[in-house]
Design a protein. Structure first.
Length: 256
């Protein structure tokens, strides 16, 4: 991969520097955007001097984002671990499957959005991390069910056997069900927020984002797309529901 020198002064505008880099190193717009860690559309704006942004500043912002993302992911993992404690009860295999799904890594983008949006309003981290963990549980439940033979029929996720392959189909279905219901139990608990009205709005928002007119509805459209062609409107709605609805709620949760 071509190496770009970011050591220059950050005083010149990025637009001019980007153009020079492209001329000197012969990079396409897509390749240069990848090198800089930004979208091609944002790079296009920069090249036309519509953003007074410098390369070193972008690098610093990207590094700061990666650090914040990693720190919040660690906090969310710790919260999930505490909420999914193992025991010796007869349903222990179910809890083990829930933990296997929820604690298997991932970037934790949705929880990051919950915590970051909550930080804007000085929400206590205990509250925002519980809400973030609940959102991640709903996301993990959707992945467990998506991987089942009746839907996407996947054997691997993030390089590991999917839950129904690690355990069995029935355990995977129940683990997904339990993650979904536990998410609402967590949000409804006064530990998440002392005001019942706030908890109610969070429950309502998460239910709407994850239900038939949200994530689950998007999955239905995705399954239907296997036997029918979708136009751009159909594809847009699929993405808005299957992925966008939960991301939107994650961004809004902090304000609630």
């Amino acid at each position: 991969m071509t190496s770009i020198d970011h050591s220059q002064s950050d005083k010149p505008q990025m637009g001019g520097r980007v153009r020079r880099l492209r001329r000197q190193q012969g990079l396409s717009q897509a390749r240069l955007a990848t090198e800089l860690g930004i979208s091609a559309s944002y790079l296009n704006l920069i090249e036309h001097n519509r953003r007074n942004v410098t390369v070193p500043l972008l690098i610093k912002l990207a590094e700061r984002f990666e650090l914040e993302l990693s720190d919040i992911a660690d906090d969310v993992n710790e919260t999930l671990d505490g909420l999914l404690e193992m025991d010796d009860d007869p349903e222990a295999q179910l809890i083990e499957a829930m933990r296997y799904s929820a604690l298997d890594g991932g970037k934790r983008i949705r929880p990051f959005m919950v915590v970051a949006s909550a930080d804007l309003f000085n929400v206590d981290r205990t509250s925002s991390l519980r809400a973030a963990a609940a959102v991640e549980m709903v996301h993990c439940y959707s992945l467990v069910h998506d991987d089942l033979p009746a839907m996407d029929d996947d054997d691997l996720r993030r390089g590991k056997p999917t839950v129904h392959k690690k355990f069995d189909d029935a355990t995977a279905i129940l683990a997904g069900d339990a993650l979904l219901t536990l998410a609402f139990e967590i949000i409804a608990d006064p530990t998440t927020h002392e005001m019942a009205s706030v908890r109610t709005e969070l429950v309502k928002g998460l239910a709407k984002a994850s239900g038939g007119h949200g994530m689950v509805g998007g999955q239905m459209i995705d399954l239907a797309a296997e036997t029918m062609a979708l136009d751009i409107g159909g594809i847009t709605r699929l993405q808005q529901l299957k992925t966008g609805a939960m991301i939107a709620f994650s961004c809004e949760a902090g304000a609630i």
